[in-house]
Design a protein around this ligand. Structure first.
Ligand code: C2E
Ligand code: CA
Ligand code: CA
Ligand code: CA
Length: 280
């Protein structure tokens, strides 16, 4: 059987087997990343559209792999989801985000919300709400200072479950944002049926808005009006130009996030960013 196995290897094209080795290697590296402290959270500011005061940050995961260098979350989160590694990674993310927020509160920084991305796989585990409550209690951060971001596709996998679990967390003060809004298929129904606080308009609409695509602007306008009439706040993501900012302001968008305001940055850089803003 061993002989056979070895022979079979010869049928793979070199490129494919290289890919296989790399992938196996990547999973192993990912497995060890937490203990090697190769993960880092970066924080991107969210500001109110009128005064540009910081109202929150979104925690964004970075993997500085000793073997492969910097790896984008879009390259390793799907891998982590396939291999069951998303649970320990998410556990680290929420804990680290809470620890950092607590540290900032202790330093006397003005209060703001910490937003954390939740993966579909992790959201679906039965103990999800228990786990969130436990982490917050252990670290000692107020649930009202945490916002969990979930995408439309995550929420619709099991609507009854999503709604009940979110409600349980909302009842203890946690907030929810629907991420990448407008890219899914059931957007309107979700806004009505889930206990949400914020709608994050996907950056594709924001970038199209100021181009030739008049429809993008119309959609953004409608999403903002509709969200407001349902009592939800709107965050525009991926705001890169002053023109986009101005248009969003005119459409009564509540909050702005994007490179125009600030890129995702390390905790130290964010402290400097805040300090610079306060002297503005
Ligand atoms: P997302 O949640 O939609 O995060 C926003 C992404 O847009 C981030 O990419 C951010 O760096 C980028 N971005 C922010 N402002 C601008 C802008 O003005 N222009 C452009 N072009 N891009 C902007 P990033 O950090 O590469 O993250 C990509 C995705 O990976 C996130 O999309 C999220 O789905 C996922 N992700 C990141 N961190 C975590 C995490 O801790 N847990 C989970 N489950 N997913 C995460
Ligand atoms: Ca997000
Ligand atoms: Ca998003
Ligand atoms: Ca996205």
């Amino acid at each position: 059987a061993k002989e056979n196995g070895r022979n079979q290897m010869c049928f793979y094209t070199p490129a494919f087997s290289t890919h296989l080795v790399q992938n196996f290697n990547r999973v192993n590296q990912l497995r060890k990343a937490i203990e090697r402290e190769e993960f880092e959270l970066h924080y991107q500011p969210q500001v109110d559209a009128i005064h540009h005061k910081v109202t929150g940050v979104e925690a964004l995961l970075r993997w500085k792999s000793s073997e492969f260098g910097m790896i984008a979350p879009s390259d390793f989160i799907p891998l982590a989801e396939e291999n069951g590694l998303i649970v320990p990674i998410s556990d680290w993310v929420l804990k680290e985000a809470c620890r950092q927020l607590k540290k900032w509160q202790r330093q006397g920084l003005p209060s703001f919300t910490m937003s954390v991305n939740i993966s579909a796989q992790h959201f679906q585990i039965q103990q999800f709400s228990k786990w969130v409550k436990k982490v917050l209690a252990e670290i000692g951060v107020a649930p009202s200072s945490i916002c969990l971001e979930i995408t439309e596709s995550t929420a619709i996998q099991n609507m009854t479950y999503s709604r009940e679990m979110m409600q349980e967390l909302v009842d203890c003060g946690i907030r929810f944002a629907i991420d990448d809004f407008g890219t899914g298929h059931s957007s309107l129904m979700l806004l009505r049926r889930l206990p949400l606080h914020n709608v994050k308009i996907d950056k594709s609409f924001v970038s199209d808005m100021t181009g030739d695509d008049r429809d993008a602007g119309t959609i953004v306008k409608a999403v903002i009006a509709m969200s407001h009439s349902l009592g939800l706040s709107v965050i525009a993501e991926g705001v890169e130009t002053k023109e986009q900012l101005l248009q969003l302001k005119n459409l009564n968008c509540d909050y702005i996030q994007g490179y125009l305001i600030g890129r995702p940055m390390s905790a130290e850089q964010f402290e400097d960013f805040l300090a610079a803003k306060q002297t503005e």
